[in-house]
Design a protein around this ligand. Sequence first.
Ligand code: CA
Length: 715
Amino acid sequence: MNCSQQNLIKNGLLIILSLCLFISCEKKEKEKIIKIIDDKAIADENQSSDWLAYGRTHNERRFSPIKDINVGNVANLKVDWFLDLPNDVSLVSTPLVVDGTMYFTGTMNIIRAVDAVTGKLLWQFDPKVREAIKGKRQVGWAHSRGISFSEGKIFTATWDGRLIGINAKTGKEIWTAVTFDPNRSLFISGAPKAFKGKVLIGNGGTEEGPARGFVTAYDAETGKEAWKFYIVPGNPADGFENEAMEMAAKTWNGEWWKNGGGGNAWHGFTYDEELDVLYIGTGNGSPWNPRIRSPKVDDNLFLCSIVALKPDSGEYLWHYQTTPGEAWDYNSTMDIVLADLKIDGEDIKAILHAPKNGFFYVINRKTGKLISAEPFTEVTWASHIDLKTGKPVLTEGARYDKGPVDIAPDSWGGHTWHAMAYSPQTGLAYIPTLHRTDKYSDEGVVYDGWQSKEFSGGIGVSLSPADKQLSDHPSSLEAIDPVTQKKVWSIPQKDFWNAGILTTGGNLVLQGRSDGKLLAYNAKTGQIVWTFNIGLGISAPPITYKINDKQYISLLVGFGGGYARGGIDAYSLGWSYRTQTRRLITFSLEGTAEMPALSPRHFPKPIVDQNFIINENLAQKGYNEYWKCFNCHGDGMYSGGLAPDLRASGISLSKEAFTAVVRDGIKNEMGMPSFPDMTDEQIENLMHFIRKRAKETSVDYEHLVSKAIEKHSEE
Ligand code: CA
């Protein structure tokens, strides 16, 4: 071998060596790019780049350790990018951020993927909910609270009851599962929960028909049903599905199955990766009146409970019932937050839970045993929770069995689905809290033969304004120490409804308000450290993420949720249907985006048609039809922005146009369901009622508008 040959070999070896190095480097690089996002990764509280689950991690704390944006510099927060969503209405959902891409669901369950750094739209997936609802009666709303991610897939559940697996890279559908018969009066507004190769979903509709609540888990790869868990027992004559149902049936009497029983789990699913347990929050009874449901009032398991299940099989493990024999719509479908607490020197794996009933519960999640429960808002239905039995001690006549009674919280609850948060840094839970009292009465209720039917369920109780509101503010943000149950700080708010919370390692709490402002608070003290006027009511919770060493805060803006359907207060906010463009907005400390201002508050003016002779008798009949419309068009026909204000709509002036919309469904594309079996007479009656409402509310219009503007003029 000569020198040059030797050199050649040497060089060859070198080339091979460097090639090897290059390949291994590239491999490492690729490993870095293709992150493995399994349940362990989704449960990791220290991960700081992404927002991988509804509550950021499996623990549902909505706490991010990122502290680049903090109490000291949050005043410099500016808009980095924004995306207008002109066809969306109600935006209440939590976006996810996975590996540089943001995914979110909008109105009609349309999923969008955007570059989380630039806001550029990458793909859009339309599950064609508009087509699915065509010609069908619908209940519930066209909005969704979120989506779920696991191993390269996005999961979404649609209003009409489908669960869909989508390829996160391409936006293409992988599978679809139909989770209930679409002709039933059920709906989905909740986020599915992906865990351990499965995806869980429940549904809502307790008030709409004879509903028997259930949750179903599907295989994440194939969409095949893996297991189903019923929340209340069915007719014993048909046999019980499992021992848990047999046990639950002992807490019911009469023929409860005829009205379904209820318990629908429409929100509040948490997977405990550490203990390998799945917790579901369950809903209220169907109907609300417990004496119709099950005449000798009893606990009625598993209504208003947290139920712990084996994630692989859906088998029952334990339950804790927050509201036995519930009578007030006190869902326990609110967030189930996992926290590690030190209580009396002992390390406790805890659940934090603030259901509608107004008590803040700390529960040992290994045993299901109650540790503490104290009111976080005004509570009149129970004096306290007995820590020995774990049960509430009811006040006299609270179940309206001794006549009409004022009850707090009302059926909106002390806290509803708006996300709460828990910061392990401050040790505080942050609860978007509601303060309302309402009068409950069973006067006029015919107990004998009471039967709810699909799409006309009813609740078996009448509600009217309370003699006195117990709080001088309708909502507040409460910071509570779950170890001591002490309120550490409290911020009263002027408007009802109360969006979800984000808390961060920068000692921040961020929350949007119904009045269109996004605020940052000092997480320890509650001091306001930043306010940004977005100019449109906020109902969604903010999220945060970090890419290329830069922290972002992002949220969807579009007043929504059940309250946004209307009523005089929601209408008075001025976030009217399609007036202010709904948006996705992302902030950073270096943001330079110029975001055009939104249209000012708008209050649709009732049209008084002098040529229309209102027949009082027909208008009264129309009032009885209106319950089919009020879920979108508003209590008292005051729209809160989810749908057009019928008093101000030209369509409701023409029988031809009105029939085309209501019966023939020509506005299906916009989300208006059709009512194919509505008769000419019923349509006529509705038109008389609309004109009547327009006329009687027009008298007070100017006064109402000036009051609304004045209320929000300062600051
Ligand atoms: Ca309910």
